[in-house]
Design a protein around this ligand. Structure first.
Ligand code: SAM
Length: 231
């Protein structure tokens, strides 16, 4: 992967960045995402925020290589502190981290509101959705994709109000309505994985065990959500 050729995961995130956005990519590492968007003339200005020196140097190298120094600004900073008022940032991407870290980064800078957040948590997506609904953001789009054998979730949010129930927080309010094939596949696989473990527990007469009951509860939830999705 490089700035000219994004992974399917980052290309999906990039597709949600509005044309002409002023973007902050927090935890940018090589800055492939903002560099790609600028090289493709989708956006004119971006900040690549990094908390660690090594990844920041990766970003600087990418920026120098493509002569993007006046349009893509690398900044060493923790989370949203990379964004300065004069940047007039309207769109924030936080991708490729755990949902709890994304939640912490958002919480540390929650006084500011952005026109669009594009979040790609690798795990704990529910933590991200909870933060959004508690902080006056509404989820406007969601997508599940398969890249290199992993399912990834992308959550897009804009200022608004929302009141999600536990199922919506876990499975995604937009996913449940869109009923997209890749989203179903992710949860059908998860159901299959849990049913296999349940079968192993049944084989050793452990159906009363707490673990078995937990899996049974989760499988029932998945079945219920998939049965009612898209209606
Ligand atoms: N966003 C890129 C992507 O999706 O491919 C890079 C993901 S990389 C796995 C995560 C990056 O986030 C690392 O470079 C790490 O240094 C950075 N990071 C972690 N915590 C951060 C924070 N609080 N503020 C800024 N960057 C952070």
């Amino acid at each position: 992967m490089d700035a000219m050729h994004l992974s399917d995961r980052l290309a999906t995130v990039a597709a949600y960045v509005p044309d002409g956005a002023r973007l902050a990519d927090i935890g940018s590492d090589h800055a492939y995402l903002p560099a790609n968007l600028i090289l493709n003339k989708r956006i004119k200005f971006a900040v690549a925020g990094e908390v660690a020196q090594g990844p920041l140097e990766n970003a600087e190298q990418e920026i120098n290589q493509h002569h993007l120094n006046d349009k893509l600004i690398p900044r060493l900073a923790d989370g949203l502190a990379a964004i300065h008022t004069e940047d007039r940032i309207d769109t924030v991407v936080i991708a490729g981290m755990g949902g709890r870290l994304i939640q912490q980064i958002l919480a540390a800078g929650s006084a500011e509101s952005y026109q669009r957040l594009i979040l790609q948590p690798n795990i704990d997506v529910d933590a991200v959705r909870s933060w959004l609904q508690a902080n006056h953001y509404e989820i406007t789009d969601e997508r599940v994709l398969l890249d290199d054998g992993h399912y990834y979730e992308v959550v897009v949010a804009e200022p608004g109000s929302a009141d999600y129930d536990d199922m919506q927080l876990a499975f995604g309010p937009v996913n449940m309505v869109k009923n997209d094939a890749m989203w179903r596949q992710k949860w059908e696989r998860e159901q299959g994985r849990m049913e296999k473990i349940m079968q192993q527990l049944e084989d050793v007469n452990q159906t009363e065990a707490e673990a078995y009951q937990n899996y049974a509860g989760q499988v029932a939830r998945i079945k219920e959500v998939l049965a009612h999705a898209g209606v």
